[in-house]
Design a protein around this ligand. Structure first.
Ligand SMILES: NC(=O)c1ccc[n+]([C@@H]2O[C@H](COP(=O)([O-])OP(=O)(O)OC[C@H]3O[C@@H](n4cnc5c(N)ncnc54)[C@H](OP(=O)(O)O)[C@@H]3O)[C@@H](O)[C@H]2O)c1
Length: 325
């Protein structure tokens, strides 16, 4: 099956590309920019994607180059829309309308061209920060402007797919973790421990959903390839460890202490002012393999390997991360 994947330069995108290839997909991964425009972490991820996929640069979603690609010699069977305007998603000037517009630019033209040429299904990636997603504190409002943008984008994608009669499956992602993240909470903890600092948790009581990225990507790839039953609702909410930020940090510290031979301390403090973010938000469908001890051990071994790379030097750590992926 030929799969067209957007957002492949992201942490989860790399894992999804690899998981798709592992189940036999012939993957074309689209990048928005040119190689010279990417930072080292993103470029290292793209290089790792290139080991399993054909990488095409300079194709913003829905632009002329993208349309040219979908009109190319060979048609695609599956479209995986994993891209999104993210960046610093908590920035106060994040514009949800602009973001949704950029995420869905040219969507109708892309879908109708692919549908004419035999598209079997569309997968699109959501976030548990969207309105009505997952479970937790009620009402399940969109979390932040990014959550609002993603709610709009998902609605537009589902509407467009329904209009042309192509089945759409939404895979909603909570908080993924694993080798190759290059930023984010786990990276922050590992970097702090490896440099002798004590990481500080600003919101230790928040209940979130920490999903191992390898399991998440495998689940995504199986849905994309039509392996197993598709969700009747057209939506999938894969879940990992549903626990507080403090509990997850301690889970990671327990795993890292013997591996790194470091004390891996954690300091929790209550936030100075109340936050608008709900305390509890999580997905609802625990992934098979979540409590597989062997997988767990291998995952933490890779994370420790990556953490050692972090102290050895930035570039080598990034390469280590992607190789470990
Ligand atoms: N990581 C998480 O914790 C998390 C949680 C829930 C959901 N998600 C979802 O996972 C996906 C990846 O997000 P991320 O958080 O990992 O952010 P990220 O690293 O900023 O990745 C965003 C990706 O989208 C691509 N992109 C953005 N705008 C595009 C456009 N107009 N045309 C083509 N490509 C475009 C970027 O491509 P270039 O690099 O080529 O510019 C990049 O690959 C998003 O759909 C996000 O909503 C992530």
């Amino acid at each position: 099956m030929r799969v067209l994947l957007t957002g492949a330069s992201s942490f989860t995108g790399l894992w999804i590309a690899k998981a798709l290839a592992a189940v036999g997909a012939e993957v074309t991964a689209v990048c928005r920019g040119r190689p010279e425009g990417y930072d080292a972490a993103r470029l290292a991820r793209i290089e790792a994607v290139a080991e399993v996929a054909a990488v095409v640069f300079d194709r913003p979603f829905g632009g002329p180059g993208f349309l040219q690609l979908v009109q190319g010699a060979l048609p695609f069977d599956v479209l995986c829309l994993h891209h999104a305007e993210v960046g610093d998603f908590r920035r106060p000037d994040f514009d949800p309308i602009d973001a949704a517009r950029a995420d869905t630019n040219g969507l109708d033209a892309v879908l109708s061209c692919l549908a004419r040429r035999g598209l079997v299904r569309v997968l699109h990636t959501g976030t548990v920060f969207e309105a009505g997603e997952g479970d937790g504190d009620r009402p399940l409002a969109a979390i932040g402007r990014y959550g609002l943008a993603k709610t709009l984008t998902s609605t537009l994608i589902r509407h467009a797919a329904a209009e042309i009669g192509v089945p759409a499956i939404k895979v909603t992602i909570p908080s993924p973790f694993g080798p190759g993240q290059g930023g984010g909470f786990v990276d922050y903890l590992l970097r702090a421990w490896c440099t002798g600092a004590t990481p500080v948790l600003d919101h230790p009581d928040r209940l979130r959903d920490f999903v191992p990225v390898d399991l998440l990507a495998e689940h995504y790839a199986r849905l994309a390839m039509g392996l197993g039953d598709p969700p009747a609702s057209g939506r999938s909410n894969p879940s990992g460890h549903v626990e507080t930020v403090a509990e997850f940090a301690e889970r990671l510290a327990r795993a890292m202490r013997p591996r790194l031979r470091l004390p891996c301390p954690i300091e929790a403090r209550q936030p100075p002012k109340p936050s608008a973010e709900p305390r509890r938000r999580f997905n609802t469908e625990p992934l098979p393999g979540l409590f597989d001890r062997r997988l767990d051990e291998a995952r933490f071994d890779r994370l420790a390997h990556m953490a050692r790379g972090l102290v050895a030097g930035e570039r080598s750590a990034l390469v280590t991360q992607t190789q470990a992926a």
